[in-house]
Ligand binder design. Structure first.
Ligand code: ZN
Length: 310
């Protein structure tokens, strides 16, 4: 969305009281999983300050648990960016226990997340994401980037082993694959290796069970869900918009993909879910978007009817 359009849209939502209405009518006692990548401490602090009196912060493991009458929020981060280490004082200040889904073969290494490497940026990351996995790796290798090579001169984009060790008492580290491929563009062996191998690596790194997973780019299918179950995971987080409760499919947990540099008002607007409408429209998923909201209002109607005096 263009900045001016966004500003008009955000102000209209806020003036109309949409965030408050959404918390009361849709969020209710469910869990919103917030998805960040690499926000600054100042941005995250502003967001948590806005939320702290409105919702209860819970760990991701409670995402599909029974409600307690209050809106709840679980804070998650994808990829394991080195900048996440600077957020630790904010987690402690707000009593938030976040989940950081790490690329387990990239963090704690002299490596760069492939999509952040200048080679990939030059070759058009969006095009590479859509390619078959072996063809993408072959093209990157031909251009001079190998994901499994340790490189003394690499731009280290992931958390270091020492940073993970420091954060371990306050953060749940879970899996976001080994190297961040597009899973649906991997063959069966590549896909299973990324899922099962990552689980082993995360457990080795942090010395705690790895049971939760986040799909790279939010892209997944039935095969990925089946393999996650075989590999021993208990939940998987998508980037599909929505709230979670005890009836949610644990391998299709919904989330709110928050832009890392969001102002507080844009953050509040994103938490309504309405800002994601253009993305659905672009992807031709109008029917799915409408069904989601119809589904919610239908269950709301059923609830309000049940609560009416007979
Ligand atoms: Zn990611």
């Amino acid at each position: 969305m263009k900045p001016l359009m966004r500003e008009i849209f955000t102000r209209a939502l806020l003036v109309a009281g949409v965030p408050t209405a959404v918390r009361a009518l849709l969020w209710r006692d469910r869990v919103a999983i917030l998805l960040y990548h690499d926000p600054t401490p100042a941005t995250l602090e502003a967001h948590l300050e806005y939320l702290k009196d409105k919702v209860e912060f819970v760990p991701l493991s409670e995402a599909n648990s029974r409600g307690n009458g209050r809106p709840r929020a679980a804070i998650t981060f994808d990829d394991g960016h080195v900048g996440n280490a600077d957020l630790l004082p904010i987690f402690v200040k707000y009593g938030v226990r976040p989940t950081i889904y790490i690329c387990s073969s990239v963090v704690a290494q002299q490596r760069t997340h492939w999509f952040l490497d200048p080679v990939a940026k030059h070759a058009d990351v969006k095009r590479l994401i859509r390619m078959k996995n072996d063809e993408r790796l072959a093209e990157l290798a031909a251009r001079g980037f190998r994901q499994d090579q340790l490189n003394e001169s690499a731009i280290v984009s992931g958390l270091s082993a020492a940073q993970i060790e420091t954060m371990r008492p306050y953060v749940d580290f879970q899996s976001h694959t080994r190297y961040h491929p597009t899973l649906t563009r991997c063959d069966d062996d590549e896909c299973f290796e990324e899922l099962a191998g990552s689980r082993i690596e995360v457990e080795r790194l942090v010395g705690k069970p790895c049971e939760h997973f986040a799909y790279p780019y939010g892209i997944y299918g039935p095969r990925e869900i089946a393999m996650l179950k075989v590999a021993g995971y208990k939940t998987a987080r998508t980037t599909d918009v929505g709230w979670n409760d005890q009836s949610s499919d644990p391998f299709r947990l919904k989330a709110f993909d928050i832009e890392d540099d969001s102002s507080v008002s844009w953050f509040a607007a994103q938490l309504t879910g309405f800002t994601l409408a253009p993305r659905y429209l672009r992807l031709g998923r109008v029917r799915r978007f409408c069904e989601r909201f119809r589904g919610r209002s239908r269950s709301l109607n059923q609830t309000s009817q049940a609560q009416r005096p007979q």
